[in-house]
Structures are given as structure tokens and as C-alpha cells.
Design a protein around this ligand. Structure first.
Ligand SMILES: NC(=O)c1ccc[n+]([C@@H]2O[C@H](COP(=O)([O-])OP(=O)(O)OC[C@H]3O[C@@H](n4cnc5c(N)ncnc54)[C@H](O)[C@@H]3O)[C@@H](O)[C@H]2O)c1
Length: 245
């Protein structure tokens, strides 16, 4: 067990990559706080985690709202007394051509994907002991362009830059700050029923398969564990080789 006696908070944990991360952390003996705007699905994840025999706490929270984030971290402090690992996973990727993106669309993507990292990390640091971990879910869209996702690409590119500066600021507390940039991962949010499109996507991936949530979750477990204590400020690409060509 790599994470026994550790306490982690995962945002956007109701489904997809966040759910996969929460379950993998729990399998390594970690107590997990799961948070999302979708409380119904979150309850199912809570049940799944409690079956693994670790402590689990569900908190409904919109990570783009400062008051909700502050309340969430206060609750963590009251119940657990500290937070060892923060996983900033919640994110949205609504497709729209650049010319059609409204100011509201832009603000929403930047708020949920980027401002949330600022809000959650700042509050988490108040209750994080020396040696803590902040792990952020970026995207290969921070390195390469995707049609219809200019606001999303901007939010994830800024995330990669932000964590380098934050990693510097908290290094003296032995807190590491890293990101994982997934390629195409099979999740409810990214699901497309078009088989032709899926085959086309797979043809672009050197390892010739879609990514699974576990591919990302195990990278998070590594970054959360002592095995990665000398890695900070980095964005690790987990994409089956998609960005190699
Ligand atoms: N699936 C992929 O192919 C892929 C690729 C690269 C990066 N990512 C990133 O991985 C993360 C998870 O993606 P996914 O595919 O699992 O998405 P998903 O849509 O399947 O799940 C996202 C979860 O985040 C929650 N959420 C959305 N807005 C929120 C908010 N304001 N506050 C709290 N929770 C909120 C949703 O309710 C949902 O449970 C995102 O940051 C995404 O950008 C995904």
C-alpha cells in the first residue's frame, strides 16, 4: 500500500477520470474526500470506495466558486485535521468554434479549468503538512491545438505554466506540484458513439488503443506517493504516444 494513512481530495470525482483516481487512491489505503457538482453520481462512488475499507467523505462543491471551495476545505480540516494530497481534476471541454465562443463560454471554461486550481490549491495549502502533493489534470491540448477548443487549450496551457511557479513557491515546504496531461481517455464526458471516429482516433495513437481512466489514475498514484518525491513543477504526458508525431 503506497498511500496508507494519507488523506486525499479529488475534485470532479463523480465519474470519468476523477472517479478512477479516487478509487485507485483508495485501493492504495488512502482516505478519500470526493467532490463534484453532481451529488447523485457522487453517492455511488462513495459506496464503491467504502467497500474498499477506507474512510470516504462526500462534499458537493462547484470548484469555480470561492465560497464553496473555502467551505469544502474547512470541512476537511474539521473532519480530518489536514490534507496530504489534492487532485485538481474537475474540468469541462465544450466544443465550439472560436468565432462562436461567447464571453460567457470563455469565462466558464477558464473558471472551471483554471481559476479552480488557484482557489482549491490556495485553500488546500492552508491545511497541508510539509511533504504534501498537488496534482493537476491538464491535457495534451496544452501542447497541441484542437479545433473547437481554443478556450480549453488556453486553460490547460496556463495550468502547465502556473504549476511551475507554484512548485517553486512551495518547494521549501517539500510540497510538490505536478500535472498529468492525458491523451484521449474513454470517459462519459469524452464519449462519442461514432465508431468510425473512434477508429480514426485509435489510428493516431502509436500504442493503438484508447486510454482508460486507470492509465491516468496510476500516474496520479505515483505522483501522490513517496516514489515521486524529487519530481516537481512537471507536466507528464500520458497519451499512448499520441503527441510523438
Ligand atoms: N477524457 C479525456 O479524453 C481527457 C483528456 C485530457 C484531459 N482530460 C481532463 O480530465 C479531467 C476529467 O475529464 P473527464 O473526461 O473525466 O470528464 P467527465 O466530463 O467525464 O467528468 C468530469 C467531472 O467533473 C465534474 N465537474 C464539472 N464541472 C465541475 C465544477 N464546476 N465543479 C466540480 N465538478 C465539476 C462533472 O460533474 C464530472 O463528474 C478534466 O480536467 C479534463 O479536461 C480528459
Amino acid at each position: 500500500m503506497l498511500l496508507k494513512n494519507k488523506i486525499a481530495l479529488v475534485t470532479g470525482a463523480s465519474r470519468g477520470i476523477g472517479r478512477g483516481i479516487a478509487l485507485s487512491l483508495a485501493k492504495e489505503g488512502c482516505s478519500v474526500i470526493i467532490s463534484d457538482i453532481d451529488e447523485v453520481e457522487l453517492k455511488n462512488v462513495e459506496r464503491e470506495i467504502s467497500l474498499l475499507g477506507v474512510r470516504v467523505l462526500l462534499i458537493k462543491c462547484d470548484v469555480s466558486q470561492k465560497d464553496q471551495v473555502n467551505e469544502m476545505m474547512q470541512k476537511v480540516q474539521e473532519i480530518f485535521g489536514k490534507l496530504d494530497i489534492l487532485v485538481n481534476n474537475a474540468g469541462i471541454y465544450p466544443h465550439k468554434s472560436f468565432e462562436e465562443i461567447t464571453e460567457g463560454d470563455w469565462d466558464r471554461v477558464i473558471s472551471v479549468n483554471l481559476k479552480s486550481i488557484f482557489l482549491c490549491s490556495q485553500e488546500a495549502l492552508k491545511i497541508m503538512p510539509n511533504g504534501g502533493r498537488i496534482i493537476n489534470i491538464s491535457s495534451i491540448a496544452s501542447f497541441v491545438g484542437f479545433n473547437g477548443l481554443t478556450h480549453y487549450c488556453a486553460s490547460k496551457g496556463a495550468l502547465n505554466s502556473m504549476i511551475r511557479a507554484l512548485a517553486l513557491e512551495v518547494a521549501s515546504r517539500k510540497i510538490t506540484v505536478n500535472a498529468i496531461a492525458p491523451g484521449v481517455i474513454e470517459t462519459p464526458g469524452a464519449h462519442n458513439p461514432d465508431k468510425n471516429l473512434e477508429n480514426q482516433t485509435i489510428s493516431m495513437i502509436p500504442l493503438a488503443r484508447m486510454g482508460q481512466v486507470e492509465d491516468i489514475a496510476w500516474a496520479v498514484v505515483f505522483l501522490a506517493s513517496d516514489l515521486s518525491s524529487y519530481i516537481t513543477g512537471q507536466t507528464i504526458i500520458v497519451d499512448g504516444g499520441w503527441t510523438l508525431r
